[in-house]
Design a protein around this ligand. Sequence first.
Ligand SMILES: CC(C)(COP(=O)(O)OP(=O)(O)OC[C@H]1O[C@@H](n2cnc3c(N)ncnc32)[C@H](O)[C@@H]1OP(=O)(O)O)[C@@H](O)C(=O)NCCC(=O)NCCS
Length: 143
Amino acid sequence: MDYIRGLSKTAFQEYGPYEDMLPDWFMAGITVTLLAVVEEHPLGFAMIRRLGRESRLHRVSELLAIAVEPAQRKRGIGDLLLNEIQKAAHRTGVETLVLHTAIENMPGRGLFKKHGFILLDTRSNFYPGGQDAMMMYKDIDTG
Ligand SMILES: CC(C)(COP(=O)(O)OP(=O)(O)OC[C@H]1O[C@@H](n2cnc3c(N)ncnc32)[C@H](O)[C@@H]1OP(=O)(O)O)[C@@H](O)C(=O)NCCC(=O)NCCS
């Protein structure tokens, strides 16, 4: 939890109080969270959460966050985390992932586009920090 809080502060502070929200969701036990670890050092994390309990929404999860340590970016760790979280989602019966990312967030947009996420909608003033967001989705069929 401390690790998620620390990296969330670095990665998401400009968008809102995610250094509080992400650890809260993690501790509530409602997420699947993966850490990327090299020689016992965590280098990043990815977190998903089911959207709902109804039958249709039960098969949809939201990618709440994916973040890599600033000094470790552009080395394939984001790719690895996104591949593994899709596999973890698939294993638990999830068929579709949705996410929001800031329109101005070019690294995030590049990562999600590379992995086949499709633009569904845009939302003005989505983040507490005032940034606009893109909502994206992907139907996952990976094993
Ligand atoms: C987005 C983020 C997780 C990417 O992690 P990363 O480990 O640097 O990503 P990778 O090295 O695996 O790169 C994977 C792909 O992401 C895209 N990408 C990564 N950095 C990028 C950048 N600076 N500009 C544009 N695209 C970028 C590219 O498509 C890249 O594929 P390529 O190397 O074949 O071109 C990282 O930049 C980060 O932690 N950002 C802060 C948190 C954030 O904004 N998360 C996304 C919203 S939740």
